[in-house]
Every structure is written in structure tokens, then in C-alpha cells.
Design a binder for this molecule. Structure first.
Ligand code: NAP
Length: 486
């Protein structure tokens, strides 16, 4: 035990990108009395779970890096998932946070009791903490479609986030259900190696063609020897992403129109067959769904092995997928690239706050949190990448770092004796929600499409303002919005 171990105790849930960042920053602040509970046996979060062929991040790697750990070794502008996972592992090693992570430790209950959080793990282990930071991710719980007969399929079937690498796909008849970012990357990666590829498309997607060139050794050497060059690259990317983020929150902005034109031109210029082009043409505005970026999808879907199936799926049979037109698409492998249940956040953990208030009841309609970070009546519990935050076309690493800086200012109120408990007032949370919902109507996400951004009322469940506003909001808490219990 070090001297600091007598300081406040933190429990962090999840050893993904955000949980690791918290650990590094707590150590940096001299706060080593913490533990990270990770239910899996490896760190990496989304990058550990998603291992499907073709996986990469569509935020440029030099932006999708911790601000405190720039990485001169990125191999591509948009590097692959295993490289991102290796980066997270190397950061964990370099900063010595590995030893704070307990693997195979699934948190099942959190209860606020007499000013402290009591933590229970699924295997019965118990712990206590002054602060809990939930870094449990957004796109974490796979959405399994309820097709009749799915369990009867005779071949291999798995979700894109649970790729079964024991199943060979080379030369096989492979079906992919879904046309989101995951499906687009899978199709691009496997079209030329499988025997037959059926893409079951319920809704066409706009695709922006963004090239992904390798970063050559000479450039990497420059980054190694002069990190300021790399930092300038990051700054440039950051301001370009800010422009993109400002465009999508204003459906009428000229930049949004430019994005739409680029997507339209990509379709017109790169899909040769007019029938296929019409099948692939969405009937809603580009970026209404999360914008899909791929330089290779149209090429892959025009490969002789590939077929786009637009007939609705009737049922799954042992031999394959039966569509409404009566056709049976015979398959060996079926990939469910059907997205995630994005309203779960830290659930299914049972969370009980002050006075026995249950999170399941508070969130019975839909999840919400003040500035996506704090929940009324759940003091000293903070969420990173929580509900209604900036999930749309931002680097979630930047988001998590800003949120952590904000959370630590709240933690410091307790550490310095200003209060013992801190959480947002209900009234402040309701006001934030009302403003957010009003602004959300002007975003591109509200222009008429089905997407994972929309909550059960059809309201975009995301930060509806520009990134500059988020940065400002995270720079300093408005203390009048917080209930400080002394
Ligand atoms: P997604 O965008 O939610 O796409 C799910 C797809 O499955 C949609 O095409 C949806 O059709 C379809 N689907 C769901 N249920 C269905 C059903 N019952 N029948 C037929 N089709 C069904 O999921 P995702 O592709 O996994 O991507 C989720 C998010 O993860 C992305 O938006 C992105 O934020 C992130 N991501 C990023 C990257 C990257 O960085 N490159 C890669 C992967 C994922 P409808 O469109 O008709 O609803």
C-alpha cells in the first residue's frame, strides 16, 4: 500500500478505452486507491470484442489516440482493430495500470449506502468505494434479431461482435444481415474470398469514400523523432472532425449539403449497373444514420461473388434465409451485423442510489443523465460516454478525456471537504434534457430515417450541439446544477 492508498477509493467498471484512461489519469493525480473491474479476460473493450474481418476505426488513428499517449507507429490513417487493441495494451503497460485491473470480474450490483458505494460481483465478491466510474461503453450489448427459425439454422451463425474465428469462410456461402458500418467493413473484407456472399439489406446506406492509405516508414520516423509534427497532424484532424460534427448537428448547413453531394457522387460514379445503383440508393438524407465511410464497399458489392438482397427476410431455415418472395438463399454461415442495444449503458448491473432509488426505475422509459455524466440521486457515481452524449462522429477518446476532467472537478469537491456527496439536481437534468431534445430536432439525425441514434420516441439520443459547446460544458461544472450534500 502506498501513502495515497489511504485516499478516496475509486471503482472503475470496464477496462476498455475509457476505463484505462481513467486509471492513467488517477495515477497521474496521485490517486492509486482504485481498482478496475473487467468482466472479460482481456482489456480493450469494443476493440477486444469486435474482431470481424475488416474491422477498423473510422476516426483517424492519430485522433483516435489518447492525448497523453500519441502513437507514431500507426500503420494507416484508419488503423485496424487489432492494432488499436495492441495500442491500448501498450498504454496500459507503459503507465502501469495493468496491475489495477481485475479480470473475470463482472459487477452485478451497486448500492449507495451510508455515503459509500457497495459493490457486488457476479461471483459473490464484494467491495466498497467512495466513487464509482462506469466506463462500460455504448455499443456493447449485441442486438440479436428475432427471426423465426434462427435457432434452426444448420450452419454457423454469430453476431458481428462475436465473430467465430473457428468457422472457415473461404469458399463458403456467407450471408450478412445489416448494412451498418460493421456489415460494410465485413463485406469489403470478405467479398473476394467467400464462395458466395448475400448481403441482406433492409435499408440502403449512404457511403462516403474516404481513402485509407498506409503511413510510410519515413513519416513514422518523423513522428518518432519530432512528436510536435504528429501533434500538428492531430490538431488538424481534430479541427476537421469538429467541422464534421458541427455539420451533422445542423441539417441545413452548407457542409452537410457537401457531405450529401460526396455520398451521392460516390454512388453515381462507382456503381456501374443501374439496377444495383437503385437498390443501393437510400431514400433519406446522408448522415441521417451514422455516416458509413468506406473506400471499398461499392467495389466489394459489385464483385461477382456478391448479391444484394432487398426482399425482406421471412424466416431462417436450416438451409439458409427465406425471403418474402419465397426464395431460399442457401448459406453455410450467417453473420448478424445487426447492431447493438444502445439504451443499456451500465445495465444489467442493478444500481440503487440514495434512499433506495433504483436506476432501472429511473431509466424505465429511457436512459438520461445530466450532461451524460451524472444522475440525480446517484451521488458520487459518474458515467463516461453515458446516455445522450457526443456519440456521433466525434472521437470517443476525446469525449471520455473531457468527461473525466469534469468528473475530477466534482470529485475534488468531496476531496477538499466542500461536500460528501455530489450528483446533479433532478431539475437541472430535466432542463438539460428539454434543451437537448429541442436542439435535436435540428440535427441531420432527425430528418427521417431509422437509426440507433433514435430513442423510443424517435428523438436523437445524442449531443445535438457542436463539439466546441461540449468542450465548454466539460471545462467547469456549473455548481448550481449540483446537489452538494455536506
Ligand atoms: P448498425 O449501424 O446499428 O446497423 C445494424 C444493421 O442491421 C442495420 O442495417 C439494420 O437495418 C440491420 N438490422 C437490424 N435488425 C434487423 C432486422 N431484424 N432485420 C434486418 N436488418 C436488421 O450497427 P453496426 O453496423 O454494428 O454499427 C453500429 C455503430 O458502431 C456504427 O454506427 C458506428 O458508430 C460503430 N462502428 C464503427 C465502426 C468504425 O469505426 N468503422 C465499425 C463498426 C461499428 P436498418 O438500417 O433497416 O435498421
Amino acid at each position: 500500500m502506498t501513502a495515497e492508498d489511504t485516499g478516496p477509493r475509486f471503482v472503475i467498471i470496464g477496462a476498455g478505452m475509457a476505463g484505462l484512461m481513467c486509471s492513467v489519469k488517477l495515477l497521474e493525480a496521485g490517486l492509486s486507491n482504485f481498482i478496475v473491474y473487467e468482466k472479460a479476460d482481456r482489456l480493450g473493450g469494443t476493440w477486444r470484442e469486435n474482431t470481424y474481418p475488416g474491422i477498423a476505426c473510422d476516426v483517424p488513428s492519430h485522433l483516435y489516440s489518447y492525448s497523453f499517449a500519441p502513437n507514431p507507429e500507426w500503420s494507416h490513417v484508419f488503423s485496424a482493430g487489432d492494432e488499436i487493441c495492441a495500442y491500448l495494451e501498450s498504454v496500459a503497460n507503459r503507465y502501469g495500470v495493468d496491475k489495477y485491473v481485475v479480470y473475470g470480474a463482472e459487477v452485478s450490483r451497486l448500492e449507495f449506502d451510508h455515503g459509500r458505494w457497495r459493490i457486488e460481483l457476479a461471483d459473490g465478491r464484494r467491495d466498497e468505494a467512495d466513487f464509482v466510474i462506469a466506463a462500460t461503453g455504448v455499443l456493447h450489448h449485441p442486438n440479436y434479431p428475432a427471426f423465426e427459425g434462427l435457432d434452426d439454422f444448420a450452419g454457423a451463425v454469430f453476431h458481428s461482435a462475436r465473430w467465430d474465428h473457428t468457422v472457415p469462410i473461404a469458399g463458403q456461402r456467407v450471408g450478412v444481415i445489416g448494412t451498418g458500418s460493421s456489415a460494410v467493413q465485413i463485406v469489403s473484407a470478405v467479398a473476394s474470398t467467400v464462395g458466395d456472399l448475400r448481403l441482406f439489406q433492409r435499408t440502403a446506406q449512404w457511403i462516403m469514400s474516404v481513402p485509407n492509405p498506409p503511413i510510410d516508414e519515413e513519416t513514422r520516423q518523423t513522428y518518432r523523432s519530432d512528436p510536435s509534427v504528429m501533434n500538428k497532424v492531430r490538431e488538424g484532424l481534430s479541427s476537421r472532425f469538429e467541422e464534421l460534427s458541427n455539420a451533422v448537428v445542423d441539417a441545413d448547413s452548407p457542409r452537410m449539403q457537401l457531405i450529401e453531394e460526396l455520398c451521392r457522387a460516390n454512388l453515381e460514379e462507382n456503381v456501374a449497373d443501374p439496377d444495383l445503383r437503385e437498390k443501393l440508393r437510400p431514400d433519406y438524407r446522408a448522415a441521417c444514420k451514422r455516416l458509413v465511410m468506406s473506400p471499398t464497399f461499392y467495389q466489394a458489392i459489385q464483385h461477382p461473388n456478391s448479391t444484394v438482397v432487398t426482399e425482406a427476410i421471412m424466416r431462417i431455415e436450416p438451409a439458409g434465409v427465406r425471403t418474402e418472395d419465397g426464395q431460399l438463399h442457401e448459406l453455410d454461415v450467417l453473420v448478424l451485423a445487426t447492431g447493438f442495444r444502445v439504451d443499456r449503458f451500465l445495465r444489467p448491473i442493478e444500481v440503487t442510489g440514495r434512499g433506495g432509488v433504483r436506476l432501472d426505475d429511473v431509466w424505465s422509459e429511457r436512459p438520461s443523465a445530466y450532461l451524460s455524466v451524472s444522475i440525480p440521486e446517484f451521488p458520487n457515481l459518474f458515467l463516461l460516454n453515458g446516455p445522450n452524449g457526443p456519440v456521433g462522429n466525434f472521437s470517443l477518446i476525446d469525449v471520455a478525456e473531457l468527461e473525466f476532467g469534469y468528473v475530477m472537478q466534482l470529485v475534488d469537491l468531496v476531496r477538499s471537504g466542500v461536500c460528501r456527496e455530489v450528483c446533479a439536481f433532478r431539475e437541472a437534468t430535466d432542463r438539460f434534457e428539454a434543451d437537448r431534445i429541442e436542439a435535436a430536432q435540428r440535427t441531420i439525425w432527425a430528418t427521417g430515417c431509422r437509426s440507433w441514434y433514435l430513442d423510443d420516441r424517435g428523438v436523437p439520443a445524442a449531443w445535438p450541439w457542436g463539439f466546441d459547446r461540449f468542450r465548454r460544458a466539460m471545462s467547469r461544472p456549473t455548481l448550481a446544477d449540483f446537489q452538494l450534500v455536506t
